[in-house]
Design a protein. Sequence first.
Length: 400
Amino acid sequence: MDDHPRSPTRLSLLAAVDRVGAIAAQHAHASEEARTLVPEVVAALRESGLLAIAIPREFGGMECDPLLQAEVFEAMARADTSAGWCLMISALSAAMAAAYLPDEGARAIFPSPAMPSSVCVAGFRVPTGTARQVAGGYRVEGRWPFGSGIRHADWIFTAALVPAEREGDPPRMIDVAIPAADVHIEDTWHVAGLRGSGSEHYRLKDAFVPDAFTCPAPTAPPRRGGPLYRLPMLALVAPGHAGFVLGAAQRALDEITAVAPHRIKAWPQTPLGAHPAFQMDLGRAAVKLRAARAYTVDVLGSTWDRICSGENLSQADWVAIRTLTTYTTEIAAEVGTFAYHAGGASALYATSPLQRCFRDLHAATQHIAATDDAYEFAGRHLLGMPEPFQPMILPRDHAP
């Protein structure tokens, strides 16, 4: 990530990524076999301080701007995709819990403000569970998918719907924080991509959650921290997905570039790197990925500048944020597909990073943040058409 002011903590964070990334890469196959990050990788993440990248400084976090977050997530995904995904999910989930929960709940989750947090947080942000309001809190139950990193998480920060009090009124959405020990984790993560992320289903049955461990969603006003936490939900998490796919695609390019001089094509018995067609495809892929990274810097940088100036995001900003995740994911998957295809039969083997990047990038294309309707949103904006109500893009000062 370039062309924008950098935090003074940048170099130390990237050095921490190098240390953790080396361990994660060494255990990448083991994490895939376990279908969750192995203990050595989890321990390295906890000790690195990286889990606190987006937590408010009040709780020992670094409160890094979106551009630096994206750079860190990109670097970790480049080292190992499953570790990069789990870091991204935990760091952003922790940021929301730390910024929006009442003091009592937030301090229970992040009890040591004098040092960077090593707390792991998991949770799915779509409200597939329900919360019934009772004296002092809520009774929560339901089943949620995609609990990335849940097998090593300390806390779950997830969304639930509160039924309307009056007939005809819409339900409201809340976020709830629950100790990971209180949720039942199902063994469902038997998948093609992101195998090492441990993104299992989890469920709750009539669990009591005190008010102090709940907040409105997705428009909770920040209770602490700086302008970062005034970003609406989709803008707050945008650095995560974009950074991840850029890093995974760059790793695929790294691998095929290293392989090409030594991979001898059966016909005509010359190295892959000597073929003009491959050279052209490699150059095109590198330029496309660099363009996607430049678009990421442009969108995240302009969004950050607007929020720091005290403004709300415009409709044009929202078009850019929505399309950013979808576009970068499409380009990254295209680059990963090229690299895998060029890798030939040897890329089929489980030991090949090319097949892992290919699978994990295509897993990222299935994420709710990367859907094609982002382009519909952009098209409606260009045509001057009214936009249907979308709570995920409401400014936080609209919160109840």
